[in-house]
Design a protein around this ligand. Structure first.
Ligand code: AMP
Ligand code: TRP
Length: 324
């Protein structure tokens, strides 16, 4: 039997190049070797969303990006978290064996509590327990994610060890799978690329919009004039070259140090590289967007297939925990 892969992402709408390079590329690459399950975690999204008005639209936009990037619903299960409610049952069971102290020291909890001090809700603390339930419900062994998710996976493994100790061997310990670019910086050059920080480049932009976005990127702040030499090591355009323009990266770095290439010219070239890399994806997306029913069919089929596995696990967990 093939091993299982599970990953989830919050339905924040259109995906950005951080999601793409940091996670989605692995989702696609793993499809042949593993039984893959990819989930739009709408319940997780509720922990940070106060206005849920756009949730359904965001789900649709995100599935379009995933499909256009190469996720194949014939090979992989693609579904929405709340459509398989068994995850909430498992979440509650796991919450009874997870010490609160473990959750309070999770870095993302501390960050989010700082970002939304007026809304430090119960779900925010339990976020990693729900994430663990996502993974365990499918007994997944491999979890493709970006670097920011590593503390969550460490916690998931601790919960697995505790469960298996207490109730007998039930779950494998899930392992994170990173891409070669597990943390893409945002256009500000300081924080990770994220929609919430508005420092991102969406996959589905037009060529012109991509260029406009890249032009806003912060480069070496000490390089004020075209004739000033730049420091590629602290310039995010150079970092993005590593993925989008690996062949010219060294050359541009050397030219930048000698002030032979300006930031504007360098940004124009990077935008062209991004556009040519994403062109096929954007073309597939435009075709898919003309078939809105298709997305709903994919999600309904995915939920049906996921639920079969989920029910089996819940049955086993209840037996292990002596609930039946
Ligand atoms: P999110 O959109 O935050 O729910 O993230 C979805 C997936 O993309 C997760 O596996 C993240 O770790 C990954 N990801 C998000 N932002 C980045 C980034 N800036 N660099 C690398 N991976 C990222
Ligand atoms: N926490 C992940 C994020 O913010 C999303 C997520 C939820 C997830 N459940 C998961 C990722 C299970 C991997 C596995 O991006």
């Amino acid at each position: 039997m093939k091993k299982r892969v599970f990953s989830g992402a919050r339905p924040t709408g259109r995906q950005h190049i951080g999601n793409y390079i940091g996670a989605i590329q692995n989702y696609v690459a793993l499809q042949d070797e593993y039984e893959c399950i990819y989930c739009l975690v709408d319940i997780h999204a509720l922990s940070t969303l106060e206005d849920t008005g756009k949730l359904q639209e965001n789900i649709c936009e995100m599935v379009l990006d995933w499909l256009a990037a190469g996720l194949d619903p014939e090979k992989s299960i693609i579904f929405v978290q709340s459509h398989v409610p068994e995850v909430m049952e498992l979440h509650t069971f796991l919450s009874m064996i997870t010490p609160l102290s473990w959750l309070l020291r999770v870095p993302t909890f501390k960050e989010k509590a700082k970002l939304q001090p007026h809304n430090v809700n119960y779900g925010l603390v339990g976020y990693p327990v729900l994430m663990t339930a996502d993974i365990l419900l499918y007994k997944a062994e491999v979890v493709p994610v970006g670097e920011d998710q590593l503390p969550h996976l460490e916690l998931a493994r601790e919960i697995v060890r505790r469960f298996n100790n207490q109730f007998g061997d039930t779950f494998p310990e899930p392992q994170a799978r990173l891409t070669s670019f597990p943390m893409i910086l945002g256009l500000d050059g300081r924080e990770k690329m994220s929609k919430q920080l508005n420092n991102h480049i969406e996959l589905a932009l037009s060529d012109k919009e991509t260029l406009a976005r890249v032009m806003t990127a912060v480069t070496d702040p000490a390089r004020r004039y075209r004739t000033d030499p730049g420091r590629p090591a602290i310039c995010n355009i150079h970092k993005l070259d590593a993925y989008f323009n690996p062949l010219q990266r060294e050359l541009f770095a050397a030219q930048c140090r000698r002030a032979e290439i300006g930031c504007v010219e360098h940004k124009q070239i990077l935008a062209e590289r991004i556009n040519s890399e994403l062109r096929p994806l954007r073309e597939r997306r435009a075709v898919l967007a003309t078939k809105p029913h298709y997305v709903n069919e994919v999600l309904a089929d995915g939920a049906g297939r996921a639920r079969v596995i989920a029910r089996e696990t819940i049955k086993e967990v209840k037996e292990r925990m002596r609930l039946v």
